[in-house]
Design a protein around this ligand. Structure first.
Ligand code: DAH
Length: 337
């Protein structure tokens, strides 16, 4: 007895085939693929299995034709499944596979800023001459920035237009961003007794308009030596040894008479390198008034001090024409050092 007609069996199979291939073709990388696989091809209750059971309900004469139709549908659905599988696997492989033989993207490695390099180099050279590197604060009081350095209350260097006084401290002793590293001479001498050989490199601030040779923030090298029997000849020798080491070759140092409140005598320091004289800073013998201000006896100790511009010596060494280039953070410029 047949319970299913060949026509309805075929129609059932065609619907299943259409549903299954549509579902498998559309399946993405979510769980849709697995759902479709179970719905249509599940071993226990998949729809293909259910239809296969109907085969037994066909009239015996219809069974070969029905079986053939069923097998074709099963093949088509299985093919759609395999295709979906490889499509999904291929997509995954594309994202996850890493070709370890490809050359990597090089990571750009930076380096120290030319000014930092210069500071370290100066410290290194001065250490060889016995000068210890020390630091001082960038926010200073009047005593260390001016008074102890014999820069009196009426001195034009204290003019508010020439200094960054801090608005937070407008009392009798307003604080300021230090205008020179000579402050560190005082800070060290207040704490220690001679003999002393120190250098201090750091930032100083002045409200200058930025141009090729000025910047409102720049760096200085401060040197101080206090030992019995110190003379200007020692000062010149140290500066010359330093300059020859830093710039390389035989650098000539020239002193021109000058004035600084905290040195006596005072000089401007010029250096000749590659046929050109450049003014590098100031120097002199520490003024007795300064020695007294820190509690030293000027009758028994003497010393020299110098202050040079770090940007100036860096610019000279590296051939930089405009010191503003040091602070633009343009990688094309910085990469050269
Ligand atoms: N502090 C001075 C300035 O900023 C530079 C200087 C001159 C420092 C003479 C010194 C020195 O130690 O002895 O212009």
């Amino acid at each position: 007895m047949s319970t299913v007609s060949l026509e309805s069996f075929r129609a059932e199979i065609d619907r299943l085939r259409a549903d299954a291939t549509a579902a498998l073709d559309a399946a993405g990388r979510d769980d849709a693929f697995e759902k479709a696989r179970i719905e249509f091809l599940g071993a226990k209750s998949g729809r293909l299995k259910a239809i296969q059971k109907l085969l037994g309900g066909l009239a015996a004469a219809d069974r070969p034709a029905g079986g053939k139709h069923f097998n074709e549908a099963k093949e088509a659905i299985t093919a759609a499944l395999v295709q979906a599988q490889s499509r999904l696997a291929g997509g995954v492989a594309e994202v996850e596979a890493i070709d370890v033989t490809l050359p990597g993207d090089p990571v750009r490695i930076g380096h120290l800023h030319p000014i930092t390099q210069t500071i370290r180099r100066v410290q290194e050279i001065m250490a060889r001459l016995g000068f210890e590197s020390v630091d001082g604060p960038e926010v200073e009081d009047q005593w260390h920035n001016f008074e102890a350095l014999a820069i009196g209350a009426e001195h034009p260097a204290r003019d508010p237009l020439d200094n960054f006084y801090l608005a937070v401290a407008r009392g009798t002793d307003p604080l300021l961003l230090r205008s020179q590293t000579s402050t560190v001479q005082i800070r060290v001498m207040e704490r220690r007794k001679p003999p002393l050989r120190i250098v201090s490199l750091g930032r100083v601030y002045r409200p200058d308009t930025a141009d090729a040779t000025h910047y409102p923030m720049f760096h200085q090298v401060e040197g101080l030596l206090v030992e019995p029997g110190t003379t200007m000849a020692h000062l010149k020798s140290v500066l010359r040894l330093f300059a020859s080491s830093f710039l390389g070759g035989d650098v000539h140092v020239r002193f021109r008479p000058s004035f600084f409140p905290f040195t006596e005598p005072s000089v401007e320091v010029d250096m000749e390198w590659g046929g050109r004289w450049i003014e590098m800073g100031g120097a002199g013998m520490v003024d007795p008034a300064v020695l007294e201000a820190v509690g030293y006896d000027p009758a028994t100790v003497s010393g020299f001090a110098f202050g040079l511009g770090v940007e100036r010596i860096a610019a000279r060494r590296y051939g930089v024409a405009d010191i503003r280039d040091f602070y633009k953070n343009d990688v094309r410029f910085l990469e050269q050092f």
